[in-house]
Design a binder for this molecule. Sequence first.
Ligand code: PLP
Length: 443
Amino acid sequence: MSSELTNFNRRKMLKTLTAGAALTLAVPSLSQAKSGSKTSTIELPRIPLRTTPEMLASNEAFWVKIAKFYDKAKGIVNLEHGYWGKMARPVQDTFIEKTEMVNTQLSYYARKNYKMDDKLNTKKVAEALGVTVEEVVLTRNATEAVHNLIRQYKDLGANQTVLYSDIDYPSFKETMKWLAESRKVKPVHVILPPQANQQQILDLYIEAFDKNPNLKLMLLTHVSNQHGLTLPVAKISEAAKQRGIDVICDCAQSWGLLDFKITDLNVDWAAFNLHKWIGSPVGVGALYMKKGSLEKVLPYPGESDPGNTKISTRVHTATVNFAAILTLPAAIDFHQAIGGANKEARLRYLRSLWVSEAEKMPHIEVLGGLDKESSTGMGAFRLAGKTTLKDAKNLQQRLEKEFGVFTVVRVGLASGSCIRITPQVFVSSDEVGKLVAAMKKLV
Ligand SMILES: Cc1ncc(COP(=O)(O)O)c(C=O)c1O
């Protein structure tokens, strides 16, 4: 089987949905796929002329049409889409087709063609992130990428310091603590307020930098998994670079939730997920290391890269879910066809629907960004003054059992536990309205 036949995307012509345009996606038809990988076409809805992403965000009729591309579970309003994303149906069809192909061809495909397909799919991811294929390696998830950067970081000496904050991903905070302990350096824990704007966040990081002149490495999260707080990564990174501090940037939750390119962030190392907001099958992440930045991170144990030029040596994923990786072009194409800016604006709009109401309720405390730049479509809240894990678990259960709204408890913020609210593009305004109605009754 030629790699040309195993990757339908290379034959596709796609463009982003822009105002006035109709978009046709070529997708494999399952019934035809077995007999020869033919494609059928689907049409995404037209965007009315002269419509900005912000105007489109509240166009319910448009998003109802987009929602038709997703299979939704009935019986519950699911507002917990921060765990992983959902494949749109054309992406799922591709995944099934690729799974069938891999399961039919087995090692004959993997040994002869996978290497080339892996390279092409990595290139697709790199292009979508705005960088070169030499700067990206696919991983199984963002965790694999961040853990490897932390564990394989080699430039730590006596008296040096590493930094993380309360809004970072719990497992990564633990890994940073492990790093400090195992290399006998001091860990610094920055605490951010439960609600903050860009300037407050930047000031707190700079204060920590100034208090800790021996800082060498820091973990920096683009969008927090707790409450969707968005950090001014480029500015914090600039201040860090001026002081010789290396930055590991966790973009696990941000890519696709926000519309950006890596170059906007001014970081040398970053970890991404494709299985969250890009909508790939579960099991695909990516590690980015800027050209020329490999020297400070050892190759994975047993790998060798004397010239520090091969990013692929910084991970060792071994046998992977081939079909999931082969589905990446379909997922990226679908994401880009809706448009990153359109998705970001719709998700922000859905958050604004419940946050604007919640802010009028004295019994509710909203968490996260105070200005547009510090927030995303993801948010969080708790009952005022109820900050324990038990309080948050009770609240999650009440929302689910009494009101049919599914959410998730988050722990890790210094200010206490909360409930995270994460709508997806196929969630309607009415569904968010059910959360608002429930919140009113939580007194
Ligand atoms: C901010 C953040 N970092 C890291 C992760 C880990 O992602 P994964 O489990 O896909 O590795 C998550 C997952 O929710 C996250 O939200």
